[in-house]
Every structure is written in structure tokens, then in C-alpha cells.
Design a protein around this ligand. Sequence first.
Ligand code: F3S
Length: 395
Amino acid sequence: MGLQLTSEEQDMLDGKQGKATRKSMEIITTLGEIYGAERLIPISSVQIAGVSYHNLGEAGLEYLDEMADDGRVRTLTTLNPAGMDLIEWKKHGIDEEFAINQQRVIDAFAKMGVITTCTCTPYLIGNLPHYGEHISWAESSAVCFANSVIGARTNREGGPSALAAALTGRTAEYGFHLDNNRIAQVKYEVKAKLRNTDDFGLLGQVIGERTRKKIPYIVGINRATSEELKSFCASIATYGGVALFHMEGITPNRTSIPEETEIVTQEDLIAARSQLDDADAEIDFISIGCPHASIREIAHIAELLENKQVTEGKTVWITTAKPTKDLAIKMGFYDKIEEAGAFLVSDACCAVAPLKGRFKGLMTDSAKACFYARGKNSFKTEIRTIEQCIKEATT
Ligand code: F3S
């Protein structure tokens, strides 16, 4: 049948609603044609990735400036982490030239009407779709969380396609927007004990590496907090490119249960941990908040840091969203963390900030952070619980 457009969508494509809308509609319809979509659907939320100037460079910024000329978002839109805390960047050692360029990126998004809070956990700060809503999100951990934990529907968008969705209010109906592509394909029986966010990250690593693009149906987990699920989502998306999973008794989507079954044992988790632990790691950087920390995690860290001091030669970043940081300031958690010598960093994270060459070894509770620390920044890594991370930072 081919891709059918409404008259309004055709007007957008014909340039009757401006240059940026036309360009955006070209991206959306091209994707629709490639993936065999029959129509476009309205979306209620967008999350744009590719925000750090570190990744965008001048070419990316030029594209944004061009789109900001006459492009305006038509739906709730927030951003993925940038390369720095937009306010306190100086004290985190970010250089001025980078800061100026990063701010130019943010200004371009602001001009388009984007809410310029930069976070990979938009669902913790008000960009929270409901079950069944069609959305266009780009950050892999957030995509996985939205599809699986919330039950919203999104493909894993790229930076330009997410922006295009924001500027048109549409996406093409293919992939995870359709029921048929959301059915579980392999069952994973978890026989390992999961205690903390780091364990859930390791489980995501094990299942992600095994399942690759096959949608997992996971059994054997009785309970999981939002923080544990966000860690799991980040990891399974990083190590397997997984954008949707089902977890029996925990996630809300309906699916048939696959027959093909794999077992995940305690030994699998131990092996995954040793894969992320470099024996010769010299830890001088501790980062918690990948994905961005919740207020509950920040409150816990503030308590752990009470009457303690970060050891000389070590740097601690707790990364989070700006609204969460504001709440932490109001609740006194920020003061406790900063008085101990750690930094509560908003809008940025250890993977997209320009940190290469600044540190030797990262300790974190996040399997995803280990992946990027090694790949992008050539840091050695160790994965531990949040409590162990703070202990390492202060003794
Ligand atoms: Fe978020 Fe950065 Fe981790 S974008 S998931 S904190 S690598």
C-alpha cells in the first residue's frame, strides 16, 4: 500500500509549514518508507540524544542552528545529557571554550522550544509517558525503560530522527510501535541472587550479550526497584542493543511466553563482574548516576558521605537531572555531598563529558558506565555497589 500521509502531513512535506518542518518530514517519511510503514502516528513525548558538543562538533551544531531558524517543537521534548553541568561546569574542570560551545548547542534547542533539562532518565523528572503511548526517544537506556518498564512504544531513534519527530509531532508506524514486534522470543530463567543496582547491571550484561536482538522474557525476579530497573535497562541496551524486554510479574506488557529457555546462574554474574574488573585498575574517579541518579539514590549517597571526606587525589561525580539536583539542594543533600568533597553534577555524565586523559581508573555501580569508560576514555574499571564506591572514595 505504501506510506499514506494526511493532508496536514503532506503540507509539512511540501514545505508549507516551514523549512525545518519540511526537512523533518523528509526524515520521518524516508524512515517510514525504508521500514515499510503504512502511516505516520502522533507522538506525545520526545527525548533527543546527541546533545554533548563533544559528540556533535561544529557540523552537528550547524545543523541544529539551521533547524532552529524556523523549527518549533510540537510535543513535550527533553534532552539527553550534555558534556557538562550547565551551571557549575567550571568547578568540574571543564574548559571555557568547550563550555561556550556546549551552551550554543543548548541555546539552539531552547530556540526550538525544547525543555533544556539534559537527562537520560526523563521519566524521573516529568517526561513520563503512560502505558501504550507512542513516543520518540533516542537514548538507549531510556528507550528500553520506556518500552519495557512503562509499556510506552518507541523505536530507538537517532538524534536527527528524534528531533524530526519533535518538530513534526509524528513518527512512522513501524518496529516497536506495532504489536507483532513486541512479542518475547527467548525465555531467561534467572537463578542468580540480585541485591543491588550493580547486580542488575551485570544481569543486563549477561542477558544482553546472549540475546542480542531477540526480545527476552525474564523469569525468577520477584522484585525490582526503579533504580535497579534503570540499571538493568542501561546495561541490556548497551551489551545487547535490546530495546524491549518482558520481566514476569514486574513489567506491564502482555506477550506469549517463548519455549526456548536459557538459564542465568550466579556463576554467569560472577564471570560478568570479573569481565568489568581490571586487576590493575588505579581508581581515581568514582562516578554514580549512570543512568542519572534518582532523588532516593542521592539521599542515600548524602547519608553515606555524612562526616566523611573524599580522599585527596580522587574525584567523585554523582550525576543526575537538573530538577533532581534542585530538589537535592532544597533537601540539604547537595550540601552534604559537596561538603564531603564530592560533586553533584547535573545535565552531564561520565560518558559524554570531555574526560579523556583526566583519570586512570573508574569505580562505578554501572555496567554501562564501565563500557563507555573503557571504550571512549580508555579508563580501567571496577564495578561495585554504591556503598563500596563511597567507601573507595573516602578511605
Ligand atoms: Fe545516561 Fe550517560 Fe549512562 S547518558 S545511561 S549516564 S552513559
